[in-house]
Write a protein of this length. Structure first.
Length: 195
């Protein structure tokens, strides 16, 4: 499995398919080892790289993973199949917002938010509802190449993402129904505990 995932990582990097950074991934997997969630939702499957690592780290867990790009879904399905993980994964080829709007309250122990960064603000109330009390929302790329922290000029194309991430950080920092910690690992990580 290790060799397959190493090759998949190289393939993704060479082909500009965004996958979690090594640093962010180590952080995520160490955290999962501690809290051992049973039901995990991932927003942003890409080619199944982080999803496979999540399932490998959590042998008793089931993963629901959402990806809007049809080709990536087909690729990810092959990844899970090759690694013998397909029976523990539900891959949804649909816009993430459609999924989170329709999921039941308290459906998941853990949500890995790794999809469209500019949408997290909009997703947040729905995601918070579907996570159980005592469960976590783990957000990657919260500092978005450090643009979110810095005062530098942000190119027009990225400005909405950066502005929305700043608002999102504000919301999760002040929401009294959760407890949030921020880390500089990877591209910035927020770990939100639902109280
Ligand atoms: C950073 S990548 C996910 C990487 C993956 N979690 C990993 O580390 O292996 C983000 C993915 O989210 C998908 N995506 C973007 N907007 C989406 C949306 N609205 N609904 C579902 N998927 C979306 C992209 O196509 C992309 O594959």
């Amino acid at each position: 499995m290790e060799k397959y995932l190493e090759n998949l990582k190289s393939y993704a990097r060479q082909n500009h398919i965004p996958i979690i950074s090594d640093d962010g991934c180590d952080f995520l997997l160490n955290f999962l080892k501690q809290i051992k969630p049973k039901s995990v939702l991932e927003i942003g499957t890409a080619v199944g790289y982080s999803g496979s690592l999540i399932l490998k780290t959590l042998p008793d867990a089931r993963l629901t993973t959402v990806e809007k790009d049809e080709q990536r879904v087909a690729f990810a399905k092959k990844t899970f199949e090759e690694l013998d993980l397909l029976d523990r994964v539900n891959i949804l080829n649909i816009d993430a917002f459609e999924v989170i709007k329709s999921l039941e309250k308290n459906s998941f122990d853990f949500v890995f938010l790794d999809g469209p960064k500019g949408q997290y603000l909009k997703y947040y109330p729905y995601i918070k509802k579907i996570v159980k009390s005592g469960g976590y929302i783990f957000v990657d790329n919260i500092y978005f190449h450090n643009l979110v922290k810095g005062p530098e000029f942000v190119k027009h194309k990225l400005r909405t993402i950066v502005v929305n991430l700043r608002k999102f950080i504000d919301v999760i920092s002040t929401d009294r129904e959760v407890s949030t910690k921020f880390y500089d690992d990877g591209d910035g990580i927020a770990v939100i505990l639902k109280l």
